[in-house]
Design a protein around this ligand. Structure first.
Ligand code: CP3
Length: 338
């Protein structure tokens, strides 16, 4: 069992920097596209054998130090009664706009939320030689899709909802916090060895609104989970003073922000994860090596997990991903073992 990833999350500076890649199972892999030619995305998430198979695909190609469950942040919402499509991002059939809409949202018991995910995790734990990361979407990011209805640059429908319907918004965040805490606990019970909470759209809020709605819900979710926890907020440097109060082992740092500045805010005891710009994978190998080296040098004396600063893009060349993984292994061994 390769435990580098879990050891890094305990705050250790270990002999080689562990790495995994956000969205490591996905459309940039031809073998993933081959599976997707046969089944739609939701069927794939809900079929444990297939979901386990695509989770393993990137690990067969690259020397990665963690696996992440194949699913989507939106799948637990199916059990709450939300009608959902993917095109390619989530599209909610009836967006929530009033307290009435929010009241109809069901919050089920842990084992009823997404039972297919628990089966996928059990299959994976039998196969894997690296730790398995479970995950969920943070309430703000789920609310972004639930209220706006689909992806958006700035989610202005959600933001006006938060201002105009604070009572409905608080009820929504409370329900999503309970649902998400139960969902992650079920993943841990099934065998997930760490969890990551994705707050991809955290950056759309001011610090004041983030503190009012998003932060308390995130704190509730993390309060009672007994495995290492990572919180990834995107485009969120202005929120770091607030995010610092979240009790987790690791913080995911997005590509727009500086690892040095994050280190200054979060302190030396926390593990930082990130933050290569996903677009660098489409540049040439010289550029890839240079930037990987930069990140590893910056973080050489503190606890770090190498990752991209957001999900890998569908047009990232597989050969460049493979090269990045080799570079990180080679350079981090050089730096940390002298
Ligand atoms: O390998 C992994 O990281 C695990 C699988 C995973 C997916 N989505 C699979 C997926 C994870 C961890 C997610 C999280 C997710 N989903 C987030 C948070 C992370 C982030 O990227 O910000 C968000 C915001 C979503 C919502 C979502 N689902 C979007 C915006 C999209 C479209 C993405 C795109 O690149 O066009 C999806 C669909 C989705 N989720 C795909 C995959 C592999 C593509 C679906 C397909 O096969 O057609």
């Amino acid at each position: 069992m390769n435990t580098l990833f879990l050891r890094a999350l305990s705050g250790e500076v270990i002999e080689r920097t562990p790495l995994w890649i956000m969205r490591q199972a996905g459309r940039y892999l031809p073998e993933y596209r081959a599976v997707r030619e046969k089944v739609d995305f939701l069927t794939l998430c809900q079929t444990p054998d297939l979901a386990a198979e695509v989770t393993l695909q990137p690990l067969r190609r690259f020397n990665l130090d963690a696996a992440i469950l194949f699913s989507d942040i939106m799948t637990p919402l199916l059990s709450a009664g939300v009608q959902l499509e993917f095109n390619p991002g989530p599209v909610v059939q009836a967006p929530l706009r009033s307290i009435n809409d929010v009241e109809k949202l069901r919050v089920l018991e842990p084992d009823e939320i997404a039972p297919f995910v628990n089966s996928t995790i059990k299959i994976l734990r039998r196969e894997l030689k690296v730790p398995l990361i479970g995950f969920a979407g943070a309430p703000l990011t789920l609310a972004a899709y639930l209220v706006q209805g689909k992806g958006s640059k700035d989610f202005s429908v959600l933001r006006s909802f938060l201002y105009q319907e604070p009572q409905a918004a608080h009820l929504l965040f409370d329900k999503l916090a309970v649902l998400t805490a139960r969902y992650l606990q079920a993943q841990i019970d099934a065998g997930a060895q760490a969890v990551q909470l994705f707050d991809s759209w955290a950056g759309i809020l001011s610090e004041e609104m983030y503190r009012k709605f998003a932060l308390p819900a995130v704190q509730k979710i993390f309060a009672n989970l007994a495995v290492p926890r990572i919180y990834f907020a995107q485009d969120a440097a202005h929120l770091w003073p607030a995010i610092k109060s979240i009790d987790v082992e690791g913080y995911g740092i997005d590509w727009r922000t500086s690892l040095n500045e994050a280190r200054n805010i979060f302190g030396n005891q926390k593990t930082l994860q990130g933050n290569l710009d996903p677009a660098i994978l489409k540049a040439n190998k010289h550029v890839i090596r240079h930037h990987a080296d930069n990140i590893l040098q910056t973080m050489q004396k503190t606890s770090h997990i190498f990752n991209l600063g957001h999900g890998i893009e569908p047009d990232a060349p597989v050969e460049h991903v493979s090269y990045l993984v080799e570079c990180v292994h080679e350079i981090s061994k050089q730096i940390r073992q002298g």
